[in-house]
Design a binder for this molecule. Sequence first.
Ligand code: G3I
Length: 394
Amino acid sequence: MTLKSILLASLASAGLVAADGLNARAQAAGKKYFGTEISTTVMADSSANNIAKNSQDFGQVTCENEMKFDATEPSRGVFSYTNADKIVAQAQASGQIMRCHALVWHSQVPTWLKNGGFDNATMISIMKNHIANVVGHYKGKCYAWDVVNEALNEDGSYRTTDSVWYSAIGPAYIPIAFAAAAAADPAAKLYYNDYNIEKSGSKATGVQNLVKLVKSYGAPIHGVGMQAHLTTGQVGAASQYVSNMQAYVNLGVEVAYTELDIQTPSSSPNFAQQATDFATMVSACKQVSACVGITTWGFTDKYTWISNSYPLIWDTSLQKKAAYNAILNAWSGTAASTTTSSAAAATSTAASGGGSGCTAAKYVQCGGQGYTGCTNCVAGTTCQATNNYYSQCV
Ligand code: G3I
């Protein structure tokens, strides 16, 4: 917290200034954050960056590309953190937490790695070394890490030949990566992150199997990140997102929307429907206590990865769109069967296999603020608090 943010918070609590925004409303609804992805490109645009730095709207930040493998280890064993460090420093100065993205992914791997022809043992060693360095560099600064990103095909099977990791190591690369990340920063929440896993179906089932796989190796996994790259008019009802999240939560993990954007064509945008669809996603997260927050993949249509589309909350002139107020209202409105208290969460999860009635394995989370999974530790280990958010069986 900066002096400025502490002062603002004090004035707000004294009723002297209005503390409001996307993040303020999310936190008032019991969530950890509403956040955004940013890049050094956004930081270089002072008008856009002033919006990004406002912790009333964004309590959490993700680097768009700056923490990926090709950015952080451009040559073997040579690590580069300059751009990512700038984003982390700004987030810390603005009172924002980091979700860190992404360690092991088939995409954005450097040429030396892609074309290296490394054997199984060498690839395991390269992966472990990368994770140890990058996670170690940001130790204590990342609320969460996307440890493995997009490992699955649409039918729920593993990506094989298009992944350098699977090709050399097989599916064991996934638990090995989680174990390495846990060793480098035991307090970080370790996530599997993917797209098209927001609703039930083959790929969502594949994610559930992946969570079980990681646990079966004795490695920790704390979260499932649903990217949520969606399309205006195709979002539908919140209930289908709620039930799908609950299926993940029942496995003892938390969930988050990690890259939300809702595309609408720039040639004929439908901003009213887009606002409704953003509100639907907020409502879904609000209804699941283990949904810790929502991150949008950028905040302004001026900077989006999707061509010919206006998928975000501020327009290309940095003016708020209809989605902004729709999100505010969705956080503060009363959703049916909303559960936001941790007591309610513990009760509902206990009924489905979490809570104190089940047992967490060694190195697996067993407690912490907002945690709803198993609180008993396997024999030979005890539940020890690392920080307010994380206790682990050790
Ligand atoms: O940095 C190089 C530059 O040196 C080069 O001249 C230029 C030429 O094309 O490319 C630049 O790299 C680009 C990079 O973004 C940085 O700007 C890549 O081409 C481009 O492919 C890359 O796109 C990123 C994409 O991930 C890569 O898959 C997007 O910005 C980024 O928003 C997007 O983010 C992903 C998440 O990480 C994972 N989930 C999906 C999401 C959207 O695709």
